[in-house]
Write a protein that binds this ligand. Structure first.
Ligand SMILES: [Fe+2]
Length: 304
């Protein structure tokens, strides 16, 4: 069994209030949120993801399920179908060792072809999100499921941008999803709810990366975040699980914890993100209608 100290690492997580990761008191349940795996055809990426999977399997108690927060692939918007196929096949092979259900949301790096030179909308079924959906979701990208009295909602936060945009995608919840989300949260009743999105609904990223009054370098957050916040107001949302920034962060707003689960790849396999956040993932312990968060380093030294 992995000791609590080993799981939490030293220093970097001093401000995190961890859940006690080795439990004798039974929990309602435990689950894992791991995001931004950035699988590449390198020994480092494969070993790093293998170590993350091993850490999940060493948790005691075991998580009931794993949520993948997107960017499981790396740079696939460039449109190389062969690369996309190999990346997803390599990752699926590593994830096979997980013995619990795995549920994935899509990230910008998982979308094939939107950024390829001259790419337009295509009839090719591999174009866009299809290969990701076929490999890791096997159904609609936007969906929900119940687990032990909780409701988990999985969103698609990556939309096609206008042709003259800096990036081929934008972070947003589209109109159809907003309608679906409204119905879902209005029908929650007493069920506490977890929302999973790749691009954040709430983050302080701009404050420490750009500065409070500087035009952000990247449009990291959902562009219609305000509308989503309005829609969730007063509803029984306990957690919003996020990725995209590779920062480990937990912001409490409107009774919800908005947790960004760092990145399994750290700073894209080049060290800790901003020299702070180690490569790792989140463990959520659910007990009595509330969830406690711990950020767990994978234990792989990326240097940097
Ligand atoms: Fe990422």
């Amino acid at each position: 069994m992995i000791s609590r100290r080993e799981l939490l690492g030293a220093g970097a997580l001093a401000l995190v209030t961890p859940s006690p990761l080795s439990r004798t008191i039974p929990l309602d349940f435990r689950f894992v949120h791991m995001t931004d795996l950035h699988m590449r055809d390198t020994a480092k990426a494969k070993e790093g993801i293998r170590m993350a999977v091993s850490r999940v399997l060493a948790l005691d108690p075991r998580p009931d399920f794993v949520l993948l927060g997107g960017d499981v692939g790396d740079g696939l918007m460039g449109g190389d179908e062969a690369k996309a196929r190999k990346t997803f096949a390599d990752l699926a092979e590593e994830l096979k060792r997980l013995e619990m259900p795995v549920h994935a949301v899509v990230g910008n790096h998982d979308v094939v072809g939107w950024g390829a030179p001259g790419a337009g909308l295509s009839d090719d079924p591999l174009f866009g999100k299809t290969l990701f959906a076929d490999t890791f979701v096997k159904g609609p990208l936007v969906r929900g499921f119940d687990h032990k009295g909780w409701r988990i909602l999985l969103l698609d936060s990556i939309q096609r941008a206008a042709p003259d945009s800096k990036t081929p995608y934008k972070s947003a919840i589209d109109e159809a999803q907003l309608q679906w989300l409204k119905q879902e949260v209005e029908g929650l009743g007493a069920r506490p709810c977890v929302i999973v999105t790749h691009s954040p609904l709430l983050t302080g990223y701009f404050l420490y990366n750009d500065g409070p009054y500087v035009e952000p370098q990247f449009r990291m957050v959902l562009e219609n975040a305000k509308e989503v916040h309005e829609l969730l107001k007063g509803k029984n949302i306990k957690l919003v699980l996020q990725g995209h920034t590779h920062v480990a962060e937990n912001l409490l707003y409107a009774g919800r914890q908005h947790i960004t689960s760092g990145a399994v790849s750290g700073s894209w396999w080049a060290g800790p993100r901003f020299g702070i956040d180690p490569n790792g993932f989140s463990v959520l312990d659910v007990e009595g209608g509330a969830a406690k968060w711990a950020y767990v380093p994978t234990g792989m030294d990326l240097g940097g």
